[in-house]
Design a binder for this molecule. Structure first.
Ligand SMILES: [Cu+2]
Length: 159
């Protein structure tokens, strides 16, 4: 019975969130983890963004409290939002709540990992390492594929 329930919940999870992406179909063995992650290609000295789905299959809420990578000066968690004048702006987030049995999408126009001050070119086909830091869970390190993308999160950053 327990097994049947687990399979059922996994099925729902896949239906709701695993629609696409090259990194997405790793087995969900960790209780907290990420899938469908990718970084937008960019040039050395510039900024870029990383997108993913973050899931929490545990019964306890957690929170993402930061991230790091060795290919850039810094990684910040940002939220893009439309302001009252229909201008898209980004605000740095100190943490992002990750509800029990929940999932948070980091996607163009919403939450994203802002990668600031690239130390090298990121070309499509390359891979970079991103380490996620949580309030409770141990760090999780992802090998993130670089892809070409046309969205503009971070292209007009004024840091
Ligand atoms: Cu940003």
């Amino acid at each position: 019975m327990k097994k049947a329930l687990a399979i059922l919940s996994l099925g729902i999870f896949f239906l709701s969130a695993c629609a696409s992406g090259p990194a997405g179909h790793v087995a969900h063995t960790d209780e907290i983890g990420a899938h469908d992650y990718w970084a937008r290609s960019a040039l050395k000295g510039g900024n870029t963004a990383i997108y993913l789905f973050l899931y929490n299959q545990t019964a306890e809420a957690d929170a993402l409290i930061g991230a790091s990578t060795d290919v850039a000066e810094a990684v910040e968690v940002h939220l893009s939002q439309m302001d009252a004048n229909d201008v898209m702006s980004m605000t740095k987030q100190e943490s992002v709540e990750l509800p029990a049995q929940g999932e948070v999408e980091f996607a163009p126009g919403g939450y994203h990992f802002m990668v600031l001050g690239l130390k090298q070119d990121l070309k499509a086909g390359a891979e970079i390492t991103l380490t996620l830091h949580f309030k409770h869970h141990a760090d999780i390190t992802l090998t993130v594929p670089v892809m070409d993308g046309t969205d503009t999160d971070g292209m007009d950053m004024n840091h």
